[in-house]
Design a binder for this molecule. Structure first.
Ligand code: GAP
Length: 463
């Protein structure tokens, strides 16, 4: 099925409690979104899948959780005060501001894309995207601080702390998941481009001679995470190396993993070769030595850094789009989210066939209570069984369990699987084990092969 259009996803996300416009009762706020009861579960599951793959399953990566507000000198040294900006054009008539690279020609020759007036666009000016705030009681220039625009710098300034406390040698990585803030001029396309966003970033420190091998490794490994762990359709993913002109100020080479969004092919994650740009910049600005003794090379080196950087919000949008399917069943529309069970906000929902029969309600509630300590389970009796199934299909719940009148005599209930809609009758007391086995079976089948690291990384570091 072709990808759904964005309006369909926005509507489902709101209707079913995944994502709401931020402060909606006051008219919302462009570029800010709130995650609802199902959205926060899905988001947590995506972050857990990343953390497990990038940190917990590996020997060579550890995690941190750094502060969002850092010493402002960090952002001077990193180049963000000078370089984290977009060329912007203002319309003197309607006062709207546009990214210069979104315009279809030189500002002096084209009409304003919003109000259509000619000759009203200014020349392009650099506009810094960092949000500034003040720390302390007095709002003066000395108290200016920034909300971090990327989580990466919290990792670079902790390089020495982590390497020493965790007794690390090259190659090794430091991972972090956390909020970042960017004053995007054109936020939009739902949660694709936000002003408050969450990132999953990992800085992998290698001997400079190993840069290209590890860059290739991480491009492949990260692509594999999207397909094998999140289950994203490989046909809708592609790798796109950056042209030299579009590289960030810190990058020597970058490859984007792009997804075919309803708005066209767009970046989902970037893998950048940041060389020793950041560590050298912080060493120079702080006066601290940010190098490490490399055993294989027998020398002190300032490592190079390979950085896979993904957005949580974009990942969640991708998962929703990719899992979405509309089916025609006996003339009726069925909407299904084919989420991997590991990502699904709810793994199993228990429902009584008749909500006006207290004995059925009671038995179904007891079953849901038995399930809750073992897996993310829910109870629902707020509609007819047909409507309840449709709702669960639409939020991606892999299994529904229906307690019916026969359950009271045969002591069993029906487990229905979301994708095939096949049903099986299982004794009530065995249902928790059966669901656990079904979920474990799916997890094993959707197992997570990992790209092998480059042969003997570091072995020829001195060559
Ligand atoms: N530390 C490198 C870095 O921040 P980036 O390409 O600017 O690189 C990495 O961001 C990822 O963060 C992107 O691939 C995207 O998934 C996500 N991202 C960046 N800006 C975003 C925004 N305004 N809204 C949502 N996600 C964003």
């Amino acid at each position: 099925m072709p990808a759904p259009n964005m309006d369909v996803i926005v509507s489902l996300a709101k209707r079913r409690g995944f994502v709401f416009p931020s402060s909606e009762i006051y008219g919302g706020m462009a570029g800010f979104w709130d995650y609802g009861p199902l959205g926060v579960e899905l988001k947590n599951n995506i972050k857990a899948a990343w953390w497990r793959q990038m940190v917990q399953l590996r020997d060579d990566v550890v995690g941190i959780d750094a502060a969002i507000v850092m010493n402002p000198r960090v952002w001077e040294a990193s180049g963000h005060v000078a370089g984290f900006s977009d060329p912007m054009v203002d319309c003197r008539n309607c006062k709207l501001r546009f990214r210069a690279d979104d315009l279809k020609g030189p500002p002096s020759e084209i009409a304003c894309p919003n109000c259509g007036s000619r000759g009203t666009l200014t020349d392009a000016r650099q506009f810094n995207m960092m949000f500034a705030t003040h720390v302390g009681p007095v709002a003066e220039s000395a108290s200016v601080a920034y909300l971090r625009p990327e989580t990466a710098q919290g990792i670079f300034v902790n390089f020495e702390n982590v390497a020493t406390s965790m007794r690390r040698s090259l190659p090794f990585g430091i991972a972090q998941i956390g909020k970042s803030f960017r004053n995007e001029i054109t936020p939009g396309n739902f949660i694709f481009r936000d002003r408050e966003l969450e990132q999953m970033e990992m800085e992998f420190f290698v001997h400079p001679s190993q840069e290209d091998r590890w860059f290739a490794y991480w491009v492949e490994e990260r692509h594999r995470w999207w397909t094998d762990v999140l289950g994203i359709d490989a046909e809708r993913l592609r790798l796109r190396p950056h042209d030299p002109g579009e590289l960030s100020h810190y990058s020597k080479q970058t490859t984007d993993i792009e997804y075919r969004f309803p708005i066209g092919w767009s970046e989902l994650e970037g893998i950048a070769d940041r060389t020793d740009y950041d560590l050298r910049a912080h060493a120079a600005a702080s006066g601290k030595k940010l190098s490490i003794f490399d055993e294989a090379a027998g020398e002190h080196v300032v490592p190079y850094v390979i950085e896979p950087a993904a957005g949580v919000d974009r990942a969640l949008l991708t998962v929703l789009i990719d899992a979405y399917e509309e089916q025609q069943l006996a003339g009726e529309k069925r909407t299904v989210l084919h989420l991997r069970p590991s990502l699904a906000p709810i793994k199993a929902t228990v429902m009584p066939l008749l909500r006006n029969r207290p004995e059925l309600v009671d038995r179904a509630r007891r079953l849901a209570a038995d399930l809750k300590p073992r897996l993310a389970a829910a109870y629902d009796d707020t509609a007819s069984i047909g409507k309840l199934y449709r709702r669960q299909d639409e939020i991606g719940t892999p299994y529904c369990v229906t307690v019916d009148v026969e359950s009271l005599t045969d002591g069993a209930a029906t487990i229905r699987e979301r994708d095939s809609m096949t049903q099986e009758r299982v004794a009530l007391e065995l249902i928790p084990e059966r669901l656990e086995a079904l979920l474990a079976g799916r997890a094993a089948w959707e197992g997570v092969p990992r790209a092998a690291p480059p042969a003997a990384p570091g072995a020829d570091a001195a060559s």
